[in-house]
Design a binder for this molecule. Sequence first.
Ligand SMILES: Cc1ncc(COP(=O)(O)O)c(C=O)c1O
Length: 463
Amino acid sequence: MEQTKIFLNESEMPRQWYNLAADLPTPLQPPLGPDGKPVSPDMLAPVFPMNLIEQEVSAERWIDIPEEVLALLSKWRPSPLHRAYALEKALGTPAKIYYKNESVSPPGSHKPNTAVPQAWYNKQFGIKKLTTETGAGQWGSALAFACALVGLECKVYMVRISFDQKPFRKLMMQTWGATCIASPSSQTDPGRGILAKMPDTPGSLGIAISEAIWEAVMDKKAETRYSLGSVLNHVMLHQTIIGLEAKKQLEKAGVKKVDIVIGCAGGGSNFAGLSFPFVADKINGAKIDIIPVEPSSCPTMTKAPFVYDHGDTAKMTPLLPMYSLGHDFIPPPIHAGGLRYHGMAPLVSQAIVEGLLTPRAIHQLECYEAAVFFAKTEGIICAPETSHAIAAVIQEAKKAKEEGKEKVILFNMSGHGLMDLTGYEKFFAGQLVDYALPEEEIKKSLQAIEGLPKPSMAKTGKW
Ligand SMILES: Cc1ncc(COP(=O)(O)O)c(C=O)c1O
């Protein structure tokens, strides 16, 4: 019988995370404060514990994974690497398609890979409660799960549109002991401000982040911190366990070279997690196409400029060097809630500036078609976010067929969609439409960053 899954056992789990910041040919530019000066670690201390801030600013290539964190991750890791034989056959492609199945975690996505270490480091630092935002609900449920494992209180601000579309995500968070409320809410200053101006807003990740940070910094006892599920350097770092495992599994499968690496990208974390160890290979001379995929309706990497911008709507975060549609941007309510973010991780953004990545935008309908095709061949009903990666895989597999090339394609199956079936229902009923964000709208939302400092676009020109 063909080997459709390649496993590692617990003792083969990577013992260190990989930090791309150590190897980027053009160094990462620092976050800036409101005065335009680099932010010092101390300035981040009311929001994050110092042990995570140290990881955030680290330039070390390898960072040890604590044994206790490994033990918690081993509840579902190492995740299997699948060979998509059925998908290949249905496409009639000579390409060999592999995917890392991150849907096997208890909350159903890659998000616990960072939720667990973040909760653990906060607990070590003496923190009692974490606040966060969630888009699709995957991150909120991952943090709720992680807080239950290490014994922390957890409060989740869920973007209004997802809160209404995904009631079961809220119940998952409740089961793990967390509180989940719709954002914008009347419980915080940023939420009240937005509601006064836009009472019917579908919400956005930018608004929910502002609310969660506000609650953390307002805690007079300083026992609450904020936790972010994507974008920041330490989140990308924790996710690299995906790509590091994948490398070992590909070696076991006898794959000598990967040609194409693909992941969907909202804030960039699952894409970074799979791809950064391969970006390192590319920096060292390997020829690999590395493709982050986003929705055409929220085209951060493919249409927005590389700028300094805030990570949230109320401008509570420092300025981060990233591709951004502007912190006021409220994306159209497409179903891939986790891809509705105005910015992109600074590490992913800098790798794009350097030319190491080739971002792609795909429309919603093509993504749902790909998701259904994948479900009928490989069996897994993927998250709407993940469908963007699958649509790009199908595009590449068809190209390989036209060219008659036996390419190896690796992608990240970032999560299952069993809590996201409302989107599928709307797709089957013909109620979903494609939406390309007009240039005018982009120009309008970019007004929010006028006058802010500009990051350098310098690159080595090697890629
Ligand atoms: C299943 C899944 N994939 C991808 C994403 C996008 O986030 P990121 O780009 O940080 O991986 C999300 C975000 O909620 C998600 O739930």
